[in-house]
Write a protein that binds this ligand. Structure first.
Ligand code: ZN
Length: 175
C-alpha cells in the first residue's frame, strides 16, 4: 500500500473554499511506499457546480511559465481538487481528467477533498505499464496544526530521526 502525507498545508488550504477548486502539487517520493506533498498551486477558482477538471490550457500555461523561469517541474505530479459540499470520490469526469493528463507524465497522484474532511487519493502509472493503485492518506493530514517531525514519527517510520529527511529524499533510502 502506498501512503501519503501532506506537508504542504494543502489540506488546510482547501477548507477555506466551499466551492470547487483544483490545482497541482509537487510530490516527494520518500520511499516506494511513502509519498509527501510538499508544495501546491491553485489553478482555477470556478464557481460553476460540478466543474473540477483542470483545462489543458491552464495546465500548459502553468508548465510553460515554470519552464521559462527554469524551474524544475519534474516533481509536479499531483493533481488535486475539491468537491465542495459533496463527498470525496473519483467521478467519471475525474477519471477522464486523469486519462487526459499531458503526455510525458509517467505517473500521477490524484487527490480529491470532499465534505466532512473526506479525502481520497490514487496513483496512476501510465508508463511502462498502465496501473491504478489506491493511495492511503495517513498521518495527521486533516488536522489544523502539524509539524513535520510529529507527522513522520506518527507513522512509526523506524529510520526516521531529525535531520534525516533530506538524506532520504536524495535517494539513499532510509532502511
Ligand atoms: Zn471530482
Amino acid at each position: 500500500m502506498i501512503n501519503l502525507i501532506d506537508l504542504s498545508g494543502l489540506s488546510k488550504f482547501v477548507k477555506r473554499f466551499d466551492k470547487e477548486i483544483s490545482g497541482l502539487a509537487s510530490v516527494v517520493v520518500l520511499n516506494p511506499n511513502l509519498l509527501l506533498i510538499d508544495k501546491y498551486w491553485m489553478l482555477n477558482n470556478i464557481s460553476k457546480p460540478s466543474f473540477t477538471e483542470i483545462s489543458s490550457e491552464a495546465l500548459h500555461k502553468f508548465f510553460l511559465e515554470k519552464i521559462k523561469k527554469n524551474e524544475d517541474v519534474s516533481n509536479i505530479r499531483c493533481w488535486w481538487h475539491t468537491h465542495g459540499r459533496m463527498s470525496a470520490f473519483f467521478s467519471s469526469w475525474d477519471l477522464n481528467t486523469i486519462e487526459e493528463f499531458p503526455d510525458g507524465t509517467d505517473w500521477l497522484l490524484s487527490v480529491v477533498f470532499g465534505n466532512h474532511n473526506s479525502v481520497e487519493a490514487r496513483l496512476d502509472m501510465f508508463k511502462p505499464l498502465r496501473v491504478e493503485v489506491p493511495v492511503r492518506v495517513v498521518g495527521r493530514f486533516l488536522e489544523k496544526e502539524y509539524n513535520v517531525i510529529d507527522r513522520v514519527t506518527a507513522l512509526d517510520v523506524s529510520w526516521w530521526k531529525e535531520g534525516s529527511l533530506f538524506k532520504a529524499i536524495d535517494g539513499k533510502g532510509g532502511d
